[in-house]
Design a protein around this ligand. Structure first.
Ligand code: 0WD
Length: 268
């Protein structure tokens, strides 16, 4: 028996077994949740089938989040399969590759901005609108964000703005859904090598920096993010809504690299 026994969780955003959403699905499964996974399109079908097999999940359903009709079909499927459900995981982000390299001012375009906002941020609002009739009291909505929402991160560019708007969206959605007893929170994860991350220029350097600057002196894993998502999805987190929780080995509180200052007594 885990702390999610009896809970039903819909997980959007698995591309492969390195995806953060895969770590979340695994942690939720370990805690006893029943799962439905979605995949973006047929190109990813083989991968999602492998993920579902690894997780011992037998329900996968297509969902391209920019298509209203696909969202409607997804919740029709949820309704006929489960009637209602408890946890919605939104682990989706996208900006055109050209926006994620170079100087922010020079590489930003109107189209890139609109795409990043639509896929990374508006999709959460659309999902909450469609999910509301089927989400149980004590339900929990969880999305994934990044420190680039609040600080300048090289090459993160227009995604930083999308994540800032996503985090504001979490607060507004928490306000809208609070009356139904539904909580909405974001997890701000440290950098993790995934398919989406590979699109960010110099990502390897980001991993090295976060390892050096974070109080824990290391990066985080999808398992660690998954465990926090499982907690947020559970009744253990019943008093938490509208928050951004950091799962980043403490990187967000750092300024200078601690390891440089851990020296012997003779040095001043
Ligand atoms: O360092 C990282 N990896 C971090 C990721 C640090 C902090 C936050 N995040 C966020 C991302 O911004 C994203 O919101 O976590 C979320 C999940 O990202 P991920 O696990 O790092 O990346 P990935 O494994 O690629 O999964 C994201 C998936 C897409 O994969 P690709 O790479 O093929 O775009 O989101 C899905 C897709 O499967 N996705 C969509 N699904 C439905 N409709 C759409 C769409 N339009 N676009 C992307």
């Amino acid at each position: 028996m885990g702390f999610l026994t009896g809970k039903k969780a819909l997980v959007l955003g698995i591309a492969n077994q390195k995806s953060i959403a895969f770590g979340i699905a695994q942690a939720m499964k370990n805690q006893g949740a029943d799962l439905i996974l979605t995949y973006q399109n047929e190109r990813l079908k083989k991968r999602i089938d492998q993920c579902a097999e690894a997780l011992k999940v037998d329900r996968v359903f297509p969902c391209e989040v920019t298509e209203e009709a696909q969202l409607d079909r997804l919740f029709q499927y949820i309704h006929t399969t489960w009637d209602s459900f408890d946890i919605l995981i939104h682990s989706i982000g996208f900006a055109p590759a050209d926006e994620l390299k170079g100087d922010f001012l020079e590489s930003s375009t109107r189209e890139g901005f609109q795409i990043a906002q639509d896929i990374s941020t508006y999709s959460l609002i659309a999902l909450c609108q469609k999910a509301k009739p089927y989400l149980n009291h004590n339900g929990s909505v969880i999305t994934l964000t990044y420190l680039g929402a609040e600080r300048i991160i090289p090459h993160y560019n227009v995604m930083g703005l999308a994540k800032a708007s996503l985090e504001a969206g979490v607060r507004y959605l928490a306000g809208s859904l609070g009356a139904e007893g539904i909580r909405v929170n974001a997890i701000s994860a440290g950098p993790i090598r995934t398919l989406a991350a590979s699109g960010i220029k110099h990502f390897r350097k980001m991993l090295q920096y976060s390892e050096q600057f974070s109080p824990l002196g290391r990066n985080v894993s999808t398992e660690e993010v998954g465990n926090v998502a499982a907690f947020l999805g559970s009744d253990l987190a019943s008093g938490i809504t509208g928050q951004t929780l950091y799962v980043d080995a403490g990187f967000n509180i750092s300024s200078l690299p601690l390891y440089n200052f851990k020296t012997s007594n003779e040095e001043s």
